[in-house]
Structure formats: structure tokens, C-alpha cells
Design a protein. Sequence first.
Length: 345
Amino acid sequence: MSFVMPVLNERDYLRRAVETVLGQDIAGPTEIILALGPSTDGTTELARQLAGDDDRIVLIDNPAADIPIGLNLAIRAGRYPTVVRVDAHSELDPSYARRALATLDRVRAANVGGVMRADGRTPFQRAVARAYNSPIGLGGGAYHGGTQEGAAESAYLGVMRREVLDEVGGFDESIRRGEDWELNLRIRRAGYRVWFDPTLAVTYWPRESWTRLARQFAATGRWRGELVRRFGRGNSLRFFAPPALVVTFLLAAVVGVLQLTGVLHGWWAVAASVVYLPLLAYVVVIGGYALGPGGGRGWRDKLWTAAVLPTMHLSWGWGFLLGVIGGAHDTVDTSRLGSRNTPLP
């Protein structure tokens, strides 16, 4: 079994991620291939140290730093018929690979994924994790908390048959975000099955600051807009909710200005006020969720939750609109390290 991991500026998370891969309870040979981008925080040095301690760790260079390029390089360097995508911000349960392989064989799927179980080390990161783990945060994709096993649109990370990857051509290196969704679209269109198994869970550590979260979601949204341009209705309807929210906010702002300046007055102003109703409903839903059990325990947790959810929705929605209108072009996720282009998940 070949585990493949693109890595860039992940010194704080890499060791634990690799340890959970090497600790998999599975019969047969395994390897983990790290596709190393040009890190500046000591990640490469740590990777070399880890590789020196265990010959199952293979290092390859990924100077472009893009995820799909690194994944394809790692897959080509692998030796085994099953490919497991892992992330430097992820941690695997010891039985993850064994269970995934059993499901892969049982349902005769080409790709199997489970639940992304987000967690946090700080109050802000825990608020982001709560949003990730809730349907209200990321729109109800199966791997964000689904409980029903079955055929799926995509798979988080994924345990894949190498022969199918070779047949469909691997990851599309022109796509910097959403590359997993696009790969699974091609797998399904080739007649193979993508499967969700809720017994598989991966711990994921989200962004650690507000600005990095916003940059991540803006980049992801813009690439989703690009994917809509390319594949149209191949995209789920849930992807259109955040941009609809942004458009509603913009319309409300325009109506508000026209009302304040007197351009809209009388019954016209009253009629135009209907645009505020969806926003009021949104505020009520977010406030209700934040104040409820899903918002955390204390008032600080609930305030962070109330701030994080609109940040995710509006950043993603604004990016989506830009992507639909003008395409993604060279947009990358700069959220890993300051303003440096770091297009990792």
C-alpha cells in the first residue's frame, strides 16, 4: 500500500501525520511518499530526519508546490497497487487503511473515503473545526459528517486502485483546488464507483487564524467557480448557496443606499425591503446555531462560531463569483504562510 502526501511548510504537523501512517494495522508492505515543496520552516529537514529513521519513508521533490503535481509525482514513485492519499494536516486511526481496503474489496469500488473529523488546538481552530463538522458550515457533503454508507460524489483523501488512476490519467495538474472532486468525477464517468464509508474517520487540523481561513476559502471558492465553468451542472447545487448569499448581501447594500438617499421612497422602498428578509433569516440561523450546542460551551466559543461561519460562507461565495465570472487562472491558497503561494489543502 502506497501512502502519498504533498508537503509544504508543515513542520508543526508532519511528524504526527507520518507516525499515524506508519502505525497502520495492516498486513503487507507499506510505504509513504512525501512530495516536498520548497518549505521555509524546516519541514524538509524534518522530513529527511524521519526518512533516515525509517526506510518506508520515500522523499521526492515537488518544486512547483502544487498539490496535483505533487500527488502525481508521489503516485508514480509508488510501488503498490493501492494508493492512499493523506495530508500533513491529517491523522489516521490505526485501523483506517485496513478497514478502507476491506470496503474497497467488499463494494468493488475504485475509491473509498470516510469522514473528515476536524479538531482544534486553540479556541479559534476549534470554532473552525465545529463549522467543518456541521452541515451548516460546509453544506452537508457526506464526508463532513454523513452517517449513511453508499455511493458518493467524491471522497475525502481517498483509498484508490492504482490501475483506475492510471486509466483515467491521475490528477489534473491544471487544477489547484478541487482536484479531488474533479478526479472522482472522471472516475465515475469512466464507470467506476466512488464510495463513502462513515466508519472511516480522519482527524483534520484546520487553519489557525481568521485571515488564513478567509484566504483559504476565497481560493477554494474561486476554483469551484472555475470547475463550474468547466463542468456546469456536474457540480452539486449546494455549491451555489454561498454565492447566492453574497449576491443577496450586495443587493441589500444597493437597496439600502437607494433608500437612504431617497431614490427609493414610499411603497417602492417598502417593496424593495423584501431583500432584507433572507439576510435576517441567515442571521437568525447563524445566531441560533452559535447559541445552541453546536456553537461550543462558553460564550467565547459561541462568539467565535458566530464569526467563523459567515467568514467561511462569504469568502467562499465571493471567490466563487470571481471564478465563475473570470476563471481561477493562477489563483492559489496563500493561507499556509503569510503571502507566500502555498497551495496545500
